[in-house]
Design a protein. Sequence first.
Length: 272
Amino acid sequence: MNNGSQEFQMKTRSFLSVTLLVFFYWGECLPQVPDEKVLMTVAGRDVPVGEFIRMYNKGLDTESKTDIDVYLEQFIDFKLKVADAIARGTDTTKAFRTELEGYRSQLARTYLTDPGMKEKLILEAYQRSLTEINASHILINCPPDAPPKDTLKAYMKAAGIRERILKGESFEKVARETSDDKSALMNNGNLGYFTVFQMIKPFEDAAYSLKPGTISMPVRTSFGYHIISVKERRPSKGKIKVAHIMKAVPAGSADSVIRKAESEINNMKKVK
């Protein structure tokens, strides 16, 4: 990933776990999620929220237990299988249609709806939303499908980096020298303040379990292994929605142009 891309992607991928559970549990209280809103893209094809929810809801009466992460894996596998069949031109064969229906049935009755787990996750999310965390991280890349020897190599590298910090090297220095998140060259690995749903779940879980000033063991996510340092916790400040009107003035404009723009913007303030 390029400069700063890990931080951005980590803050945008939370939809595929706890957020979905919140939608389903509070569905009658929340504004309706537009069916056409894109939830994810699989094999170059957009998956709208409505499609995922309809398939999920098919199994709401089952007594099977929910694991939303596993359900999502099954759903994505299903979509990949369909995309592959279309690419090979086998999507119209009888054998494929039979297999496809079996896959749909499996999705509809498995990994669905454990009310106790949903309530626990929602309570956890609410409690975390009351706090913002300032944390830094060092990333060692390791793809989710990496072979065991490469996974072990990445873990040992992360563990070695952690030892350097515990022995007295500054987190910022080590982050600049070793992190595969290249934004560390500019921000020393600091991610700023964040709260619930702004990081991928394993990272969020680890960060919220740490006390300020402590260093985590290597934490595995879909990006690789992270060494996390929590700098500070504070009560959540919430969010403010703002709007503005601007009168643009090119650099080097004459004083008369600047005064005209200033007059126009002041006049707008008087309009109710």
